[in-house]
Every structure is written in C-alpha cells, then in structure tokens.
Design a protein around this ligand. Structure first.
Ligand SMILES: Cc1cc2nc3c(=O)[nH]c(=O)nc-3n(C[C@H](O)[C@H](O)[C@H](O)COP(=O)(O)OP(=O)(O)OC[C@H]3O[C@@H](n4cnc5c(N)ncnc54)[C@H](O)[C@@H]3O)c2cc1C
Length: 469
C-alpha cells in the first residue's frame, strides 16, 4: 500500500487529507493517508471558543458562498445540513470616516448619495474609464493601482480598509495581481473596472434571458456562511471524516528528507516515517524550516513571505448598554483616522446565537501590517484602547461585561510585491521533488474558499504522482 503524509491540520491540511482519501478510493488506489499536526487540536487558525454563552471566533468567522469550493466540500463531507447563513442585515457594511459611520454604498445611486467620498473624490472615480490600461512590467502595489485608477481618496477610504479587512495588510506593499488577481484580469481584459462592470452586467442579463444558470449570491461578496457551533464545526467534521486513526496530534514535523524505501522521509519530534507523497499544508515559514536540508533554495523563497500580526478583541455587552442599532456587519477604519483598531465586526448581528439572550458580541481587530508593534501590548492596554475607540466610534461609554483577547503572532501571510515571482521560483524548484506538494494560505489566497481550492489542486496532484509511481 502506498502512503501519503499531510503535514498541518488547519483547513488546508484537513481538506487535502479528506479529499486524498476520497479520490484514492474512487481511483481504486490503495492509499494510507496520515495527517500530522503539531498542536493538541486540529483547526489551525480556526477555533470557536464558547464561554459564558458567547461564541468567540479566534480567527475566521465564516466563508463566502459566492465561490463554490467550501460549500461543495461541506456537501461532500455531509456537513451541509448544519450550515448557518449570516443574517440579511449583515450585507450592510460601514466605513468610519471623519467622525461618522458611513454605510458602504452598494450601487450607483447610493454611491452618489453617500457622504463617504467627497464630490471631487466621486468625480475622480467617475473618470476611471478614461484612465489608460496598465502597460507596466513591474508588479504593481494595491496602493499604486488604487491611486492610478480610482484616485487618492478612494484608495484611503475604500481600498486600504478593504485590504486591512481581508489581509490585515498594507496596500503600499501588497501586490495587486497576487492579492486580487481577478481585478488585475478585469483591467487587462476590459480596459478598466467600470467598463468591466457594465459589460459583465450586460452579459448576466443576457444569460438570464437565455435561461442560463447565474450565481444568485446576495450582495457583491456573497453571503457569509458558518455553522451553528461556529466555524470550528467545519474542521471538526473533516477531522472526524478522515478518522481518528489517521490524524496524529501533538507531533511536530522537523524535516523532510530523501527516503530509502519510499521517496521521502518525514522526521518529527516523535520519530520517522517514509512516504510516497508528502503534502506540506503548513505556514511558509514552518515549511521553510522543514525543507532547509532538502532544498535550501525553496526554503529561502519561502522565508521571503512575510506575515502580519493580529490581536482579536471580543467584547460582550448587555444589549441595553448600547444605544445605537447594530444593524449590519460592522465597520472598517481608514488608517488616517488614527484609531487603534482596524475595525469591528458585530458578530452577534451577523450570526444568531453568538451571544446569550439580551447580550451582544463585538469583535475588534488590532495590529496588522501597519501596526505590528500592537501585538506586544498587555491585555489592560489593549482593552483600554479598544474601549476608547468604541466610545468615539459607536458611543459606547460603559466597560464591556465580557472580554476575551486573542493574539496571532503570525496571523496572515502578506502577498507583497514579488510574490508571483517567488511562487514561480518555488514551482520551478519543486520539479526536482515529484510527490512533494506545498499547499495552504501562503500562496494563492487566504480565504477559506481559496484554501479549499488549493487543497483540491494539491490532492489531484498527489493522486497523479501516486498513480505514476
Ligand atoms: C484573525 C483572522 C480572521 C480571519 N477571518 C477570515 C474569514 O472570516 N474568512 C476567511 O475565509 N478567512 C479568514 N481568515 C483567513 C483564514 O482563517 C486562513 O487563511 C486559513 O484558516 C488558513 O488555513 P491553513 O490550513 O492554510 O493554515 P493554518 O490554519 O495556519 O494551519 C496550519 C497548521 O499547520 C500546523 N503546523 C505548523 N507547523 C507544523 C509542524 N512543524 N508540524 C506539524 N504541524 C505544523 C499548525 O499548528 C496549524 O494547525 C482569517 C484569519 C485570521 C488570522
């Protein structure tokens, strides 16, 4: 029997191990799949903590249903009946600018009526179709792209908060084509974003008229989806499907070397195992450590991928303590506003059952690539700063009734300028190691959907290699 070892039990590793087992079965391939995880639990960045009736997400709080990957995996693993869609009002998102929470406009008329962007800023945005298409060779930053196509104000108030909301990133360093490849493609294909929107809307209308199936996700980003027990249900279900015997916890892989009876030897703090295929679903810096001896060139490229820090601050309040409505998803804050937090998610408005009866749960994010030093603040200082910001932004004068603070020293990989070149280098060098596959959020997308899509590709590649061995 052949053996495949998956290292790392976050969503990427779990999805890869589960899919590998399923694909091997349907291909009639006799395969032992093993997953090694260094912590005493699976889930990686996914962890749903229940305390005093509150459900606090340590990392992600869901995935968007406008891409099919995670939904499809849930269906395949028999987890779809337990899915929980976010409330409809979670479509309403806000930006805090110049002392006011502005609703993020969703269409042309609401954009014109919004006071978020000034009239000169709106005029500059309206000129977008006249801006020539990018002809440069260099990997453009998100900031350069935003300034060039949409103007400085849109960059500050729309693009930068979005980049901090998704990547906890700094638009001045992040690569457009690596972070948002679709946007780069739209400019290349249609000559501009407004032109692309008009053409795509026309095509959608035509498709509907011709009776073709068209994605019907509510809102431009789809519907945020989780589980009643929190997003950890997803990784718990996958672990259970893979099977207790195949998942080893508390085992830290130290090295991947050439094997003697099989192509690879996986060396951990517990011993050694030989494998026909190895999938490393670990963060880039951890993968670099494992590959140092086998391929120093790959390790060097992996070490070039930086990570942003993040502090997640959960505050629970009795509902009557908050005078404003919490009808929405929450808000993001442009850096120029000089606040401590990057934004706040109104978690108990997004999903039911995130707070006990008569209470609300707010989750604020601090740090990111723009404020790396915040990770070192002690709890009392974090709480003081978040309270001060919530007072100015939401008018909450009282201290919270419930507090939980989580720190991620290496929260999210940053796809900075040069990321695509690094990936091309890794791909080239990986050709020397057939059956050694890298996956996870360090490469082609950090969303749960991206991790599951990458797991599909990794499991396909592993099956192909195993069949040919
Ligand atoms: C605060 C926060 C909020 C987020 N919000 C969202 C959201 O709402 N929606 C969304 O789609 N995405 C969100 N993301 C991104 C998403 O959570 C991650 O990209 C995704 O969970 C990463 O999964 P992964 O399996 O690739 O990596 P990880 O979850 O980091 O898993 C890697 C695993 O490898 C293990 N490991 C490391 N080294 C070793 C070793 N030597 N041996 C064995 N095991 C090892 C680790 O312990 C870990 O379990 C968020 C991220 C953060 C930090």
């Amino acid at each position: 029997m052949k053996r495949a070892i998956v290292v790392g039990g976050g969503i990427s590793g779990l999805a890869t191990a589960y899919l590998l087992g399923e694909k091997a079965r349907s291909a009639g391939l006799e395969l032992e799949v093993m997953l090694l995880e260094k912590e005493k639990r699976t889930g990686g960045k996914i962890l749903s903590i229940k305390d005093n009736g509150f459900l606090c997400e340590w990392g992600p709080n869901g995935f968007l249903d406008n891409k099919p990957q995670t939904l499809e995996l849930c269906r395949q693993a028999g987890a779809d009946s337990q899915l929980l869609r976010s409330n409809d009002n979670a479509r309403k998102r806000f930006i805090f600018s110049e002392g006011v929470l502005h609703r993020l406009p969703e269409n042309g008329p609401s954009f014109l009526a919004s006071k978020l962007i000034s009239w000169p800023g709106k005029l500059r945005l309206a000129m977008e179709p006249l801006i020539p298409q990018y002809q440069g060779e260099i990997d453009e930053t998100l900031a350069a792209f935003g300034r060039r196509r949409l103007g400085d104000e849109a960059l500050r108030k729309l693009i930068a908060p979005m980049v901090s909301g998704i990547f906890a990133g700094d638009p001045e360093t992040m690569s457009l084509k690596s972070c948002f490849p679709r946007i780069a493609e739209l400019e290349a294909q249609y000559g501009g974003l407004i032109k692309a929107m008009i053409k795509l809307a026309k095509k959608k209308k035509q498709d509907i008229a011709e009776g073709k199936v068209v994605a019907s996700a509510a809102g431009p980003g789809g519907v945020l989806t989780s589980f009643r027990g929190g997003i950890q249900d997803l990784t718990d279900i996958l672990s259970a499907r893979i099977g207790e015997a195949a998942v080893t916890l508390d085992e830290q892989v130290e090295k991947v070397a050439k094997g003697s009876t099989a192509p690879y030897r996986v060396i951990s703090d517990r011993g050694e195992l030989e494998a026909d295929a190895v999938v490393l679903a670990t963060p880039a810096y951890a993968t670099a450590g494992m590959l140092q001896g086998l391929d120093a060139g790959m390790a060097a490229l992996l070490n070039e991928i930086p990570y942003a820090t993040m502090t997640v601050v959960c505050f629970g309040y009795r509902r009557e303590r908050i005078s404003r409505d919490l009808d929405g998803f929450g808000y993001l804050i442009p850096k120029q506003e000089g606040k401590n937090i990057l934004g706040t998610l109104w978690d108990s408005s997004i999903f039911e059952n995130r707070a006990p009866e008569g209470h609300v749960l707010l989750r604020s994010m601090m740090g990111g690539a723009c404020f790396p030093e915040y990770i070192n603040l002690p709890d009392e200082e974090v709480q003081k700063r978040v309270q001060a910001d919530l007072k100015t932004i939401m008018g909450i004068n009282e201290p919270p009734d419930f507090v939980k603070i989580f720190r991620h020293e290496k929260a999210i990989p940053q796809y900075t300028v040069g990321h695509a070149k690094r990936l091309a280098g890794l791909e080239e060098q990986a050709k020397a190691h057939p059956g050694l596959i890298l996956t996870g959020n360090s490469y082609r997308g950090i969303g749960l959907n991206d991790c599951v899509a990458a797991a599909q590709r990794a499991s396909d590649e592993a099956i192909e290699q195993l069949k040919n061995r």
